[in-house]
Design a protein around this ligand. Structure first.
Ligand SMILES: Cc1cc2nc3c(=O)[nH]c(=O)nc-3n(C[C@H](O)[C@H](O)[C@H](O)COP(=O)(O)O)c2cc1C
Ligand SMILES: O=C(O)C(=O)c1ccccc1
Length: 389
């Protein structure tokens, strides 16, 4: 049974008959500014901030805005179905929540609240390795709803193996390996405020609760938290990794593996050659390489290179339903949503995240219909023009 996302639009209109306005704006591009007014400069700076002078984050928006939809008429769009299959799983819409670490800086209920929102809307939740809640607790909050695990590939093999074992046992079905963060980039907003949550032990829950991680500590975490943080910093990622190392993940994870942070078509081919199942075309929301290619500009070349061999997903800069349409038209199977749901969480907890998901999908449904499409599978490059002005 297809879920009718546009019903949300009517619900909001009908509420209007009694004068009830939505608690949060329905234009999701306004959430950052609202969050900035309500939360402190540290947390907002951390979430909204980007690498360098912010040029990559801006380029992500420009690359989506520059592409314009060319609507088609008289194509019978009265019945629409947004469902898609992604990595062998049926999803109600081409959307998942992107892995975002340290959510307790936005809301005390943190990842479990975001995960419950995703579960309530049927959208997969991708849990970050750097979550502020252990992966088992997040899994428990989700019941049997679809969940995927994002791996920051630790230097220590035993910790890596332990994370994969724990994720499998806790019911995470797909593995997203983030490759674009072997080091944290130059982020002036955080540097100027000296704001890095994990230095205070926020976003380290999966590590501090891990037996293999703890085995490497001289004293228990609570007796020497600073030493535990330094141990985390030292093992969080490994810039020495290279393509042959992927064999380790294939051997230790029997479900789908998706490489997150792919921008070059040759890297996408290497992913396919290494037996991976998918890639996320992403520049980490502009947070890693200042001056990087915009994610939407990288997408067509990756699709051309591996679209027939791998599941190609997309993130970085998605804010509206028409952005999702454009990513689909450029060849993505589905998109991941980052900052907007994090602002929703900061502003109104689980309800705020649900609001963001429902607005985005209601807008996508209407954009599809008004552009002559009844399914996310039909938009293609011919439905877009590129505004070069
Ligand atoms: C505050 C914050 C924390 C993030 N933490 C992670 C993380 O732990 N793991 C990861 O793979 N990506 C992380 N990302 C990147 C997101 O998964 C995603 O690629 C990005 O937010 C998409 O861009 P958007 O915010 O423009 O939608 C983070 C992004 C933000 C904004
Ligand atoms: O801030 C980020 O973008 C990110 O990916 C991250 C890295 C380390 C810990 C938490 C989040």
């Amino acid at each position: 049974m297809a879920k009718h996302w546009a019903d949300f639009q009517y619900e909001i209109y009908l509420n209007g008959m009694t004068g009830a306005v939505p608690r949060l704006p329905t234009d999701l591009t306004r959430l950052e500014e609202l969050t900035a007014r309500r939360l402190g400069p540290g947390p907002v700076g951390y979430v909204a901030g980007s690498a360098g002078d912010g040029s990559t984050a801006r380029a992500n928006r420009v690359a989506l805005e520059r592409r314009r939809i060319v609507p088609r008429m008289l194509r019978d769009v009265h019945e629409r179905d947004l469902s898609v299959e992604v990595l062998g799983r049926p999803l109600p819409a081409p959307l998942a929540l992107a892995p975002v670490g340290v959510l307790s800086i936005m809301h005390p209920e943190a990842e479990p609240a975001a995960a419950r929102a995703a579960a309530a809307q049927g959208v997969p939740y991708i849990l970050s390795s750097a979550s502020s809640t252990p992966m088992e607790q997040v899994a428990e909050a989700m019941g049997d709803a679809e969940r995927w695990f994002q791996l920051y590939w630790p230097k220590d093999r035993e910790v890596a193996r332990s994370f994969l074992d724990r994720a499998r046992t806790a019911g995470y079905t797909a593995l997203f390996v983030t490759l674009d963060t072997p080091l944290l980039s130059w982020r002036p907003r955080d540097l100027d405020q000296a704001y890095l949550p994990f230095l205070h032990g926020v976003g380290t829950a999966n590590y501090f609760s891990d037996p293999a991680f703890r085995a490497g500590l001289a004293k228990p975490v609570h007796e020497d938290p600073n030493a535990a943080v330094m141990h985390f910093v030292g093992m969080f990622s490994d810039p020495a990794k290279s393509w042959p190392d992927l064999a380790f993940l294939r051997e230790n994870w029997d479900g789908p593996i998706v490489l997150k942070g792919i921008l070059h078509p040759d890297d996408a081919r290497l992913a396919a050659d290494a037996g991976m199942d998918g890639v996320v075309v992403s520049n980490h929301g502009g947070r890693q390489v200042a001056g990087s290619v915009a994610a939407a500009d990288a997408l067509p070349r990756v699709v051309e290179a591996v679209g027939d061999r791998l599941t190609v997903l997309f993130d970085s800069g998605v804010r509206t339903g028409d952005d999702v349409f454009k990513a689909l038209a450029l060849g993505a199977r589905a998109v991941l949503l980052g900052r907007p749901y994090v602002y929703g969480l900061g502003l109104d907890g689980q309800a705020g995240v649900e609001h963001v998901i429902r607005c985005l999908l209601a807008e996508l449904d209407l954009t599809l219909a008004l552009s002559g499409h009844a399914s996310p599978a039909t938009p293609g490059p011919a439905d877009l023009v590129e505004d070069r002005a």
